[in-house]
Design a protein around this ligand. Structure first.
Ligand SMILES: [Mg+2]
Length: 399
């Protein structure tokens, strides 16, 4: 059996845990001074129509009393690690999807803890005990159904779908629940009067293929509850990425750059938390017509200093804007080519030697890179330890 665990309003919930007096107020994490975008919204804010990836200014229009808090990535990483420690008590087969979401294959450990349903309950209980945070849990035979199950009763959901009940669970759901059915596909379904998963299931292979091509067969599989994807544990991290989908397309360059800065800070903070350096960075942009481009560039040497990645990311972004000025639906930032940070790179070594040599001539200088690394380390520490005043890059909001 597969368990999908998804934390509820994760960043916002961590902040409210730190400042419980905010619990009854509409809270978002992600912006200051009316700029930037919402990274997470608590459920009180969602009642006002505030959503993730919405520009803060728009969120404030919808909810005048909105409390906006800055992102404190180190805190969320710490909570995420505690959550993963809980997972590890029950299975090593863990596939993280993001800081607050993971698939667990508990097939091999089910009998040790009675059954999968019981494991799900223990995980929910342990996470609450360990982190004072609430999650939603979905349990099913495969990833597809488990993910729907965790989502359908959010927040504080717990849905177990036995093999026998799987089809009756899926049948009444709308076609938008089919993984991969975006707006275009949904419209096509509507054209043919196909509204629910049960409706999809009644269609033939030939018909589905004629309408959707290969995707048609994939939809048929899902509608019948067939999903062969296995849980693939993150044995070795290959890349780290973050992306934001805007609820409404954004063409305000300041919002886009602030968002890219946020993403870059979040990704590089994760790099440092995992003790990695990365050699390559890339941006991803999706336009309103769903056309998606990626642009990447490699550093001369692996690094984890935020400013170094940010400069390159902004350069890639500006270049891409020159090629295509249309509004943006999604923006993403990723790093890859990860290597363990041994604390000393070749360049640091070289810098040290140079510094010593320079010293011989009485003009020793601290390598510039080292200073930047120290700034990042201090920022990470301050953000982690001291609650309310956090260190962020000013230009994330003043561009
Ligand atoms: Mg979540």
């Amino acid at each position: 059996m597969i368990i999908h665990v998804d934390m509820d309003a994760f960043y916002a919930s961590v902040e409210i845990r730190e400042q419980p007096e905010l619990a009854t107020l509409p809270v978002v994490v992600g912006g200051r001074e009316g700029r930037g975008v919402v990274a997470a919204a608590n459920y009180v804010a969602r009642k006002y129509g505030v959503r993730s990836a919405m520009p803060i200014s728009q969120a404030k229009q919808r909810c005048k009393e909105l409390v906006c808090l800055p992102v404190r990535m180190p805190l969320y990483i710490e909570a995420s690690q505690q959550i993963h420690d809980v997972f590890n008590r029950y299975t090593p087969e863990i596939e993280p999807l993001s800081l607050d979401e993971a698939f667990l294959d508990v097939t091999a450990s089910e009998h040790l803890f009675k059954n999968a349903e019981n494991i799900g309950r223990m995980i929910k209980r342990d996470i609450l005990k360990q982190t004072q945070l609430v999650c939603s849990v979905g349990i099913a035979e495969n990833k597809y159904v488990a993910k729907i199950a965790s989502d359908i009763n959010k927040p504080d959901g717990f849905v177990y779908v036995s093999a026998e009940k799987q089809q009756s669970f899926l049948d009444p759901l709308p076609v938008s629940r089919l993984w991969g059915a975006g707006k275009v596909a949904q419209q096509k379904f509507r054209q043919y009067g196909i509204e629910t998963i049960a409706d999809v299931r009644r269609q033939s292979d030939v018909f589905m293929q004629s309408i959707f091509g290969k995707l048609g067969l994939h939809f048929l599989d899902l509608a019948n509850g067939r999903d062969k994807r296995s849980v693939s544990p993150e044995r070795k991290t290959k890349s780290i990425s973050h992306e934001t989908t805007f609820e409404q397309d954004v063409d305000n360059i300041e919002v886009l750059r602030a968002c890219l800065t946020d993403l870059c800070e979040q990704v590089t903070a994760r790099l440092r938390a995992k003790n990695y350096k990365a050699k390559t960075l890339g941006i991803k942009l999706r336009y309103p017509d769903f056309k998606t481009i990626t642009r990447s560039v490699s550093l001369t040497e692996a690094d984890n200093v935020t400013d170094i990645f940010l400069d390159k990311a902004v350069a890639l972004f500006i270049k891409a804007r020159k090629e295509n000025r249309s509004a943006i639906r999604l923006i993403g930032f990723a790093v890859s080519g990860l290597v363990k940070d041994t604390g000393l790179s070749d360049a640091d070594e070289a810098d040290k030697i140079l510094a010593v040599q320079a010293d011989l001539f009485g003009n020793s200088k601290e390598p510039a890179n080292k200073r930047k690394t120290e700034i990042d380390q201090i920022a990470d520490k301050v953000n982690q330890r001291f609650g309310k005043k956090t260190v962020r890059r000013g230009r994330s909001y003043r561009i």
